[in-house]
Design a protein around this ligand. Structure first.
Ligand code: HEC
Ligand code: HEC
Ligand code: HEC
Ligand code: HEC
Ligand code: HEC
Length: 405
């Protein structure tokens, strides 16, 4: 009963989808780390690895491979991400099959011209991030990622030639070492053909000061060595923590909630909740169909629920409690971000923003429960994509606070 109200259909907001034309306008920090690649070690004997096949790394970098297999980077392709698959289908129906190539640069960066090949289906795989000569700012996806010759695999630090028996190693790549530049090759900004900005994690990050680095939160250091030498006991997690983790088996909204500082308190007229976005990008960021809603319910002394800020439609009843974007077409009707001519609303919390949301429960309310509910897809979008019944359409609780008189 307590959560039932969350599932009511919201009419109203009808947005979404990254229209990422290739080429896309990208903003990345200058000096995108094209370190020297001259000092490439000769390929060594031993099992020759196919650098485009992550499973061939597992024998020596098992922890990293297992983490990556759980991440959205390994699921960026239609075969493994139902949301991407549905969006791709809906947009191809209207825009034609040639659209596929406009997605593959970021979703299948190892084979942008052949997304249905094995390398394309691998998604954002090891070689896209480690087999690099340079990362070029101002370009997006595969076009920004200049592959290194000879199967060279680099990290952020200098490795002696011959450090690995299975693949050439070499000098560190600055774009990997700084923890953000590589990420911004695909996560910077995307625009609809109309010029409307649809996804802008990189712009938000620049506006928010450009720190801390992406990997500090999305690839935290975890226990266990990443390589057979065991030289370092910890490594950077390749699970690429993000919203989807909450929908994984046993997952929860903990990572989502970690981005916010929250304070709830009684006031003379009712109560207020202060939300402080501590991340260097918007909350929610990225894919424009995400939404978060602050839901509140009040109980009387007998424990009966006697008040809610939202019964059915948050955009009608309490729009200040809705962190989302709304995109409209030339007729002013809500539409997919990719097809929009205007972003009519951006009520997300910007990087570093602190916002107070007021609640007006009646005086009889003795216990007030507030929960921030996060959705991968706003309900109208889930409907448009034919995914209303999919697990990904269910909201997840990012955090909760309880006030008692
Ligand atoms: C036969 C074992 C072996 C296989 C298979 C292997 N590697 Fe390595 N790799 C190593 C060793 C040894 C090092 C040297 C670093 C060390 O020992 O810490 C290394 C280093 C690396 C580094 C630099 C890591 C660092 O510590 O800075 C990357 C990146 C890397 N490998 C990626 C891959 C990828 C991607 C694959 C699969 C395509 C792969 N490796 C397959 C043994 C292997
Ligand atoms: C410039 C790189 C880039 C291009 C090109 C691109 N995307 Fe994306 N896409 C991303 C990134 C990065 C994300 C992860 C969320 C975010 O930051 O926006 C994403 C997320 C998505 C999601 C959300 C998936 C989920 O599981 O929730 C969908 C759907 C999607 N993209 C569809 C498309 C389609 C369809 C195309 C081609 C028309 C496309 N994208 C082209 C980079 C790109
Ligand atoms: C989206 C980009 C990306 C992908 C995909 C990726 N990595 Fe990494 N990897 C990184 C970054 C960033 C680091 C940290 C670099 C640093 O600090 O030196 C890293 C570090 C590593 C290290 C050294 C770990 C440590 O902290 O000691 C190894 C080994 C490695 N990666 C192997 C792989 C393998 C194998 C795959 C595929 C299963 C893979 N990576 C996929 C970005 C990526
Ligand atoms: C202080 C920690 C922190 C840092 C630093 C950080 N993020 Fe995030 N990121 C989060 C949290 C928490 C979320 C989940 C809530 C949200 O969407 O803001 C998130 C969400 C995301 C998402 C999911 C978007 C989607 O469509 O669902 C992407 C992609 C992302 N971040 C990329 C980045 C990139 C790229 C950088 C560096 C430019 C970065 N993040 C820096 C904490 C961080
Ligand atoms: C080659 C392009 C590319 C690069 C480089 C890249 N990403 Fe991504 N990333 C994507 C795409 C595409 C998605 C969306 C996959 C999907 O949902 O279908 C994504 C999704 C994510 C997500 C969302 C995970 C979730 O649970 O929803 C996070 C977080 C993220 N990336 C972080 C990073 C970080 C950190 C880096 C740099 C170390 C990075 N990415 C580099 C393309 C890239």
């Amino acid at each position: 009963m307590k959560r039932k109200y969350i599932y009511y259909a919201f009419i109203c907001i009808y947005f979404v989808a990254c229209r990422r034309e290739a080429p896309v306008e990208v903003e990345a920090p200058e000096a995108a780390g094209s370190g020297p690649v001259a000092a490439v070690s000769a390929p060594v004997s031993g099992a020759a690895v196919d650098i485009e096949d992550a499973s061939s790394c597992a024998g020596c970098h098992s922890a990293v491979v297992e983490e990556w297999q759980q991440s959205m980077h390994s699921r960026a392709h239609q075969g493994r991400d139902p949301v991407f698959a549905a969006m791709h289908r809906v947009r191809v129906e209207r825009e034609g099959e040639q659209l596929t190539g406009a997605c593959a640069g970021c979703h299948s960066p190892l084979a942008p011209g052949a997304p249905m090949s094995a390398a394309g289906a691998a998604g954002v795989s090891c070689a896209a991030c480690h087999n690099l000569a340079a990362v070029h700012p101002g370009k997006a996806g595969a076009a920004a990622l200049e592959r290194a010759p000879g199967g060279l695999l680099r990290s952020g630090r200098d490795l002696a030639p011959g450090a690995s028996p299975a693949h050439p190693t070499g000098p560190g790549l600055p774009a990997l070492a700084d923890g953000s530049t590589l990420c911004l090759a695909c996560h910077a900004v995307a625009k609809a053909p109309s010029g409307v900005t649809t996804c802008a994690t990189g712009e938000e990050f620049a506006a928010g000061g450009g720190a801390p680095s992406c990997v500090s939160c999305h690839m935290p250091e975890v226990e266990g060595s990443a390589s057979p030498s065991g030289a370092r006991p910890r490594h950077r997690s390749h699970a690429f923590l993000g919203p989807h983790g909450a929908w994984a088996p046993g997952g929860d909204g903990g990572f989502l909630g970690s981005g916010l500082e929250v304070e709830a308190r009684w006031t003379e007229g009712g109560a207020e909740v202060s939300l402080h976005n501590t991340t260097p990008h918007a909350f929610p960021t990225g894919f424009p169909g995400r939404m978060a809603v602050l839901m509140a319910q009040g109980e009387d002394a007998a424990g009966q629920v006697i008040w809610r800020n939202i019964q059915q439609d948050p955009m009608q009843e309490h729009p200040e409690a809705v962190l989302n974007q709304v995109f409209v077409d030339a007729e002013g009707q809500p539409t997919l971000a990719a097809w929009s001519v205007e972003r009519r609303r951006d009520a997300r919390l910007q990087a570093g923003e602190r916002r107070v949301i007021t609640l007006a429960p009646p005086a009889e309310v003795q216990v007030l429960r507030v929960a921030l509910m996060y959705r991968l897809m706003a309900p109208p979008l889930a409907k448009r994509l034919g995914l209303e019944e999919a697990p990904e359409a269910k909201p997840v609780k990012a955090l909760e606070r309880v006030l008692r008189r």
